[in-house]
Each structure stands twice: as C-alpha cells, then as structure tokens.
Design a protein around this ligand. Structure first.
Ligand code: AGP
Length: 616
C-alpha cells in the first residue's frame, strides 16, 4: 500500500525519485522519504511525516544531493504511527545502507528480538527497519548487495517489496518482492524500479513485471533478475499503454473529476476491438480457459469494495446471457468459509489495481483448489492478472483518485463482455440478442457523456446538502449494486453515514430509518421494464415520501410516474436494463465528489484510505 521508486542512471536521482513519488502518492500518504548515494561516496537521506509536499518543501529549500542513484518511498502506515522516525528509508550499517519497504513482514517480532539480543538498536517502531538491519549484517558478510538481499529474504515471512542501496555498491539498486508489487522501467543508460509503472512512465514505456519471490539488480546499463534461490530469470517485457500526461490532472480540480469525465472513454476503450457490430464478442485472451475442452459449470466473482459492486452487475448479466450459475463473494470472506471450489469452477477476480491483497490471496486459494482463474484488471503487469490463468484487461487508463469511478464502469463492461462471450460459446445467447446488445453498447459512450454533463446540477444538489448527516440509497435488481456503490462513494469521500439497500428490503427494517428530511436516492427501473419492477419501486418512493423523506430519483427520461413523488429527478437516457446502471451511477459518483468538495475535504486522497489495499 506504499509507493516505492528506485533509480540508477545519468540524471539527478532526486528529481526522478520525487516525480515518481508524486505519481505514486495515491498509494499512501502518511510520510515520505528519499535516500541518495552522493557523488562523493556517501549516502544522504531525508524523510518526513505528512504528505509528500512536506518532504518536497524541505528538499526545495535544501536539495539532498546530485547523486544519480537512489530510492524513495511514500508510506501508508501499517506498523508504527506516521512519524519522521517511522518514515522510510530506514538506515543501517552506520548510515551506509538505506532500505525501503512496501508490505508487512509477519515474523518481524521474532527477527527483531534476535537483532536486539545481538546488540542492534532500533530507531523506529516499524517492521521494515528489521529488514534494513538484517541486510546490513548480511552485506558485511557477503560484501555484495544482491547476495545479501538473497540471504535476508529467505528469512522473511509475509508480504514485502524491498529496495536497497549501499555506499559500497555505487550505481546499484537491488529490489526483492514477495506478495507485493515491483516493476522495472527499462531506459537507455538508466533503469527504474517502482510499485507500479506510474513511478517511471515519464521516462520510459518499456517495463518488466517481476514475479513472486524474485530479486532484481539494476545498474545504468543492466537489469538482472534471479529467484530467491539464485536461479536467473528473464521476465517478460511489456509496453505501458499510457503516458505520463495521462497520469497528471490535466487542469481538472481533482483526479476524480478528471476520471469521471473519462468514464465514456474508459467504456469505449474497454469495448474497442472486442465487440463486432454483429454482436460477436472476440476475447482470444480467454481461449486458454477452454484448453483441452475444459468446461465452466459455475462462476464465482471475488472482489472488494467498488469492484465487488461491478461484479454484482456482471453476475446478473452473465447468468442471464450464458445460463451459467454465478455468485459474487467478498474476497476477504471467500477463502475462510471453505467454499466448494474445484475443476469446472471459474473464479473471476475484479480489481482495478490488481494488487488488492485480499483478492490476490483468494485467487491463490481458488487456484490451489483446482479452479480456473480469470482476472478483470486495469493495471498491466499487476500481480493478480500475472498469477491468474487468464486476464481480461480493462482500458480505463490510470485511475489515481482513491475513489474508483471510470474503472468501475470499465469493470462492468468487461464482465458484460465475458457474459456475452460465454453465452455465445455455449449457444445460450442468440444472434439477434447479441446484435441488440451491440447496439446498446454502441450508444453507451454518448449517453455517458450526457450523464457527465449533469455535473453542475448535481453540484447544486450537493451544495444544499453539505450539512446532511445521513443519506440512503435504494435500488432493485441491477439498481441494487448501484445503490451500494453510491453509498460507498459518499462514505469514502464525504465521511457521511450512507447505506445502500435493495428496495424490496425497505419494509423488512430499513423503513424505520425514514424520518422527516431523510435524504434518499432512488434508482428507478425503466417504466418500459416488463418485469414491473418500476411500479414496485414507485410504491417504495410513495412509502418513504409519506414518512417525510426527501427523494432524489434517478429515472428514465419520460418517466411521468415518478414526478409527483420525487423532490428531484435526475434523468437518464432511454437504455436497456443492463446499460441503465452504468448511466445511473455517474450522478452518484459526481454527488460523492461534490459533497466532499462542499465540505472542503480532500477528494483524491480521503482520510484513512489508499488506492490499493495491499495488506490483508
Ligand atoms: C472504491 O472507490 C474504493 N477505493 C475501494 O472500495 C476499492 O474499490 C477496493 O479497495 C478494491 O480495489 P481494487 O479494485 O484495486 O482491487
């Protein structure tokens, strides 16, 4: 959950490292620090609690060094409060060695006890400092940073990405990873390391993704990778499909505002090349799942947070279009309930970052039980897709704001494509329905643009609700995951109690929450919906209005039945039932952002959160 950067080459490493941290800050922002090998053979380090700007201000007034080798870290605290002492890098060997760490070393207490018994002094409360002191000891034995790292990682348990430099190894950065991300940026006379490609995309779009239990040694002219056992490895090279400008705010007031505006493009990019005008879905990356005439008799989605709500929408669609039973489970619950998983089960993980530890562990569990695994992911080279049998990438581009928006829509679209693909493979989804869906998808980006344009109206609504203490969201069928997603956005952005309910659940308890002035968003099904859910939801609106609720209805244009009972109506274009959730969610994303803005809160980096939860 931390951001880490390493550099070796011809540039002043401080600029490269700080620029990389800036693009990784969304991974954690409790403290930050830099260590650089200076040109006179020393090691200079500076670290500060607080956001990256605190460190940057210090370095602006007192630059650290012109050295061209260094490492840097922005932290999301796990062990030890966000203080200067607990910030990374951690120094050892008399200040000659610096180490940074992302993850949790689960056996650090026993290792720390051994070090203390051996006379080592600790300056921090962190698990990471244990690795620094161990590495210093091993370096004094081996006099080689790579070999010393190899000795250390063999004793560590848990999740870690480690980077280290030493004054006696000039021009070298060594990294190691287990259960935590590390990618290599390949330059000309320079090389980079990072938690994800955002760390170095400003300098190169050529990258390598390190695998589990691997150690990488970079110099200006070389990149060498070995396993923890010392066997050489050649990781696959890949090209990053976006540039640094895409990872900048580009004039928007927040990354979230920028990313909401990109929702139509994210959907268009995820569809591109996969869905013909005739409705035929082409996903060659999934062929591997059917090798040897393998069949899929059951699908289980695993995901967390917003990704789980995308999975819920996908589950409705896949079961309808393919006839395959589908369930959705929270990753962190899945493996602890001893699920009946085995051959014939396809476990589909949904993850924007591809590094969510709860989801990664659930994927590993499923694979161990003999299930096939498919990753729907937005981050190339991330751990979850690399460890899955197949990956269906979304192409939403970098999503920097902690609150997921465009990635959510692209996850839904990818899972819909999966449903069409499976339905066409097993003959359940016919040509005419496929063609109709293709037409629906074709209209979707423009309709999403229309929803993005509701921004000013939503901002006005948020303005007069800035002091509200509670908001409820009601939805039914595919509107239910939208209600859950809308509530999550308000919780994580505006720090307001918000809850999403299945509308049918109202009379089984939640209606007791309704009192005069209670704000309730209601996602209303289409009046053209033959299943008559529309009339049921309109009845729900009447029931809560009768008890004083202030109702904001999200309803289809021309839906006259809603007008007499809603205080506000946000209209969505006419669309098919599976497309409507994608349209209805946009004003809820905007509302969460605008209410946070009205309260003067940090929209891109809400308190206590990080973009990628890489600890369990
Ligand atoms: C979404 O707005 C939240 N930031 C959070 O629920 C997120 O969706 C969840 O942590 C899963 O992240 P992932 O998609 O990277 O796995």
């Amino acid at each position: 959950m931390c951001g880490i950067v390493g550099y070796v080459g011809m540039r002043a490493s401080q600029d490269v490292l700080m620029g990389g941290l800036k693009r990784l800050e969304y991974r954690g922002y409790d403290s930050a620090g830099v260590a650089i090998l200076s040109t006179d053979g020393g090691l200079l380090a500076h670290k500060r609690a607080g956001k990256l700007s605190v460190l940057a201000d210090d370095l602006d007034s007192r630059p650290l060094s012109s050295g061209t080798t260094g490492i840097a870290h922005t932290r999301w605290a796990t062990h030890g409060a966000p203080t200067d002492a607990n910030a990374h890098p951690h120094l050892a060997d008399g200040g000659k060695l610096a180490l940074i760490h992302n993850g949790i070393i689960e056996n650090f207490q026993e290792l720390k006890a051994e070090l203390v018994a051996g006379g080592e002094e600790f300056l921090s409360e962190t698990d990471s400092e244990v690795a620094a002191l161990m590495l210093a000891r091993e370096f004094r034995t081996h006099s080689n940073l790579t070999t010393a790292m190899q000795a250390v990682v063999g004793k560590l348990e848990g999740a870690f990405t480690l980077l280290a430099v030493h004054t006696d190894a000039p021009g070298v950065v060594v990294g190691a990873r287990r259960n935590s991300p590390l990618v290599v940026g390949l330059g000309d006379g320079e090389n980079f390391l990072g938690s994800d490609v955002a760390a170095f995309v400003a300098y190169t779009q050529k990258a390598l993704a390190l695998g589990q239990d691997q150690i990488v040694t970079i110099t200006p002219e070389s990149v060498s990778v070995i396993t923890f056992e010392g066997d050489p490895v050649t990781p696959a090279e890949f090209t990053i499909d976006w540039d640094a400008s895409a990872a900048e705010k580009g004039g928007w007031s927040s990354f979230m505002a920028k990313e909401i505006s990109e929702e139509p493009e994210a959907v268009a990019n995820t569809l591109r090349g996969r869905l013909g005008a005739d409705g035929v879905v082409t996903l060659p990356e999934l062929d591997v799942l059917f090798a040897g005439d393998a069949t899929i008799s059951r699908i289980i989605f695993i995901a967390c947070g917003t990704a789980a709500y995308a999975a819920m929408l996908g589950a409705y669609a896949i079961e309808k279009w393919s006839g395959i039973p589908v369930s959705v489970e929270l990753s962190h619950e899945f493996r602890y309930r001893d699920p009946a998983v085995g051959a014939g089960t396809l476990v589909v993980s949904v993850s924007q970052s591809g590094e969510t530890m709860d989801t990664l562990m659930a994927v590993r569990y499923a694979a161990e039980k003999g299930a096939k695994t498919l990753s729907i992911c937005n981050t190339q080279g991330a751990t979850i897709p690399r460890e899955s049998d197949a990956a269906l990438y979304t192409f939403a581009g970098p999503e920097v704001a902690v609150a997921s928006t465009k990635a959510f829509l692209s996850q839904v679209v990818a899972s819909y494509l999966l449903g069409m693909y499976l339905g066409q493979r097993n003959g359940v989804l016919g040509e005419s329905e496929s063609k109709k869906l293709a037409d629906d998808f074709d209209a979707l980006p423009a309709q999403l643009e229309e929803m993005v344009e509701t921004g000013p109206r939503i901002k006005e609504l948020a303005g007069w609700m800035a002091d509200t203490r509670s908001v409820l969201y009601l939805g039914r069928h595919v509107g239910y995951p939208v209600a859950l997603e809308g509530a999550l956005k308000l919780k994580e952005l505006a720090y307001i109690h918000a809850e999403g309910f299945a509308a049918g659940e109202l009379k089984h308890g939640p209606i007791a929450l309704i009192e005069p002035g209670q704000i309730v968003f209601v996602i209303v099904p289409s009046p053209r919906d033959p299943s008559s859910l529309h009339s049921k939801v309109v009845s729900n609106i009447q029931e809560i209005r009768a008890r004083g609720a202030r109702v904001i209805a999200i309803a289809e244009k021309g839906d006259a039945a809603v007008l007499p009972f809603a205080d506000e109506v946000i209209q969505i274009p006419l669309a098919s039932s599976f497309m409507e959730p994608l349209l209805a969610v946009v004003p809820l994303h905007i509302f969460g952002m605008e209410l946070a803005g009205a309260k003067g809160l940090d929209i891109d980096q809400p308190r206590n959160l990080a973009k990628s939860v890489t600890v369990e």
